[in-house]
Write a protein that binds this ligand. Structure first.
Ligand SMILES: Cc1cc2nc3c(=O)[nH]c(=O)nc-3n(C[C@H](O)[C@H](O)[C@H](O)COP(=O)(O)O)c2cc1C
Length: 174
């Protein structure tokens, strides 16, 4: 299967560590592509609606190649830190742009990994998970898992052996 991982963080920190552990487990069996939106040029969706009549987004930036990769995936893994009780802006930019190819991202298998500084019982994780539940319902996604981790310092999650093992196992199970 083709797995596309969207990294919502711009730093080599907790989300990145979570992705690496997951990737370690899934590697070999699957084709994996990690997309780092912060390294790309993706203009915010203008809501012009042109994509509904033409092929793809009108923006001549990295939007269309990224959406092509997402549309070609069997599994999409969204990984994001919590920023202000929500997902990061860079991940939201990509999700908004999926509007131009909504039909082609239907029926995917999807995973979600969220890392935040606050404890895992904070409402922020529920808010984010609910947002993905709504998208999943709308697009007929099969939500494979939703994981939440509390970590703040850059290297905190990488040092948590139990979490690293759990994520590696998650990758292996695919
Ligand atoms: C702009 C900004 C906003 C943040 N907002 C929250 C928040 O609302 N709740 C929270 O628990 N942590 C918040 N944090 C902390 C990060 O979620 C936390 O440090 C996370 O582990 C960062 O992940 P990363 O290392 O993958 O970038 C915020 C951090 C930044 C930089």
């Amino acid at each position: 299967m083709k797995i596309v991982i969207l990294n919502g963080s711009a730093r080599k920190g907790n989300t990145s560590a979570a992705i690496q552990a997951f990737r370690k487990g899934a590697e070999g069996k699957h084709e994996i592509e990690v997309i780092e939106p912060h390294k790309l040029h993706i203009a915010p969706c203008k809501g012009c609606g042109a994509c509904q009549c033409h092929k793809g987004c009108v923006d001549k930036d990295d939007t269309n190649p990224i959406i092509d990769a997402i549309a070609a995936a069997d599994i999409i893994l969204f990984a994001t830190p919590v920023y202000w009780w929500g997902i990061t802006g860079q991940l939201k930019l990509v999700i908004d742009k999926c509007y131009c190819r909504g039909m082609q991202i239907k029926g995917k298998k999807v995973g979600l990994i969220v890392t935040g500084g606050a404890p895992v019982d904070n409402v922020q994780y529920e808010l984010i998970e609910k947002q993905f539940d709504c998208m999943a319902e709308y697009l007929g996604w099969d939500m494979l898992f939703q994981k939440r981790y509390s970590a703040n310092a850059k290297d905190e999650l990488a040092k948590n052996e139990a979490v690293m093992a759990e994520l590696e196992e998650l990758g292996k199970e695919l």
